[in-house]
Every structure is written in C-alpha cells, then in structure tokens.
Write a protein that binds this ligand. Structure first.
Ligand SMILES: C[S@@+](CC[C@H](N)C(=O)[O-])C[C@H]1O[C@@H](n2cnc3c(N)ncnc32)[C@H](O)[C@@H]1O
Length: 199
C-alpha cells in the first residue's frame, strides 16, 4: 500500500502546497553538505530526486545512490538525474543500506515515515555507512515543542515524526556528533558528523 502514498504525477505540486518552505528546505540541505568534500553520496527516500539534484549540484562529479520504496517516484528521479552518476534502488529504509562508505548521507522528508525505534536503528546504519569525517544531513518533519502548532498535515499510520531532542539522542547513540542547523514549527534540519578525519 505504501507504494501509493505519493503519486509521482502530482508530487511536485502536492508537496509545495503541503510544505510552503519545501524549496528553501532543499537549498538548506545542499548548503549543509557544502563543508564535506564528497565523491560518494547516499540519499534516503529519494522520491522524485529533488534533494539529490540540489546536493549533486554542490558536488559535481560525485557518484550517488538513492533508495526509495516507491519505484514510480524513482522513475521520475531516473529521468531527472539521467545526466548524473546516480544509481536508484527500490528499498525500504528499514532494510540494510547500500554498501558504503559514503562521504555524505542525506535525507529530506522521508525518515519521519519510520517510528522511533526504526529511526534509531536507521541512524546506527547511517553511522556505519559514513566514512570517518563524513556527514549525515537530515531535513524532516518533527514534533514541534513549546507553543508552535504543527503546520504540516499528517497521515495516521504513515507519518510518525519524532522530536528534535529524540533524534539528537539517537544520532549521538549511533556515535555521531549531531547539531541542529535550523528549526521552525514542525520542520528541522540536523547534521550529524562521524568523528574522524576532517571533512
Ligand atoms: C515526501 S517524499 C520526499 C522525497 C524527496 N527527498 C524530496 O524531498 O522531495 C518521501 C519519500 O520517502 C519515501 N518513503 C517513505 N517511507 C519509506 C520507507 N519506509 N522506505 C523507503 N522510502 C520511503 C516515499 O516513497 C517518498 O518518495
């Protein structure tokens, strides 16, 4: 069923209506990757390839792997990224990740589809897939804290956002050095670096 949560034909319009800061968020993800010299990149929940397109523009010539459970979405990404060195794989984010090591792992608006233990387990796999000095950039829907009201409409059973604090904890448990780059209402951008050699 989850194959049909996103319709590749309408996704671009749908997501911008749901998340007015969508394009800004994609640009922020790419900005957050800039300090890392990257030749190998993994994108989690690639969808139509928007995130990878932004990130690859910052790292021209890098080789990328994108995973997503929805082959229809990946077909859009495949066409869009045809001029780049990208391999796209149908896989669930709960599965083993493609073999690394990667200089960068990125993900926008996808990890919140996993529950808390699923996110914690994914972050451990991400840490293992990063090279020392590599960076995970995570932009996602989160549970807002304080007076902020949720802005983004959630689907029962499919959207399972966590708080930023929970995710920072799971990233640190995975051995990564995590930081909040930006947060507003129910959107956040985190980085998590694997200790080791410089970026
Ligand atoms: C909102 S889209 C984001 C796509 C892209 N990163 C972007 O920012 O436009 C979420 C993507 O995550 C994928 N997805 C959701 N749950 C997943 C899971 N458990 N495993 C793999 N992909 C998943 C969906 O198929 C969809 O393409």
């Amino acid at each position: 069923m989850s194959q049909f949560h996103f319709d590749p034909a309408t996704y671009a319009e749908f997501v911008r209506a749901e998340i007015p800061r969508y394009d800004e968020l994609q640009a922020m993800v790419a900005d957050a990757t800039a300090p890392v010299t990257a030749t190998s990149i993994l994108d989690l929940g690639t969808g139509s390839g928007e995130t990878l397109a932004h990130v690859l523009a910052r790292h021209p010539g890098a080789r990328a792997v994108g995973v997503d459970e929805n082959d229809g979405m990946l077909a859009v990404a495949r066409a869009r990224l045809a001029a780049t060195d990208v391999r796209l794989e149908v896989a669930d984010l709960s599965d083993a990740l493609p073999s690394g090591p990667f200089d960068l792992v990125v993900s926008a608006l996808a990890v919140h589809h996993l529950d808390g233990p699923g996110k914690a387990a994914l972050f451990a796999r991400v840490a293992a897939a990063l090279r020392p000095g590599g960076r995970f950039v995570l932009a996602d829907v989160v549970v807002p804290v304080g007076p902020a009201a949720p802005v983004i409409e959630l689907s029962d059973g499919y959207d399972k956002p966590s708080t930023v604090a929970e995710q920072l904890g799971w990233l640190e448990e995975a051995g990564l050095v995590a930081a909040v780059v930006w947060q507003e209402d129910d959107l956040a951008l985190l980085t998590a670096d694997r200790p080791g050699a410089g970026h």
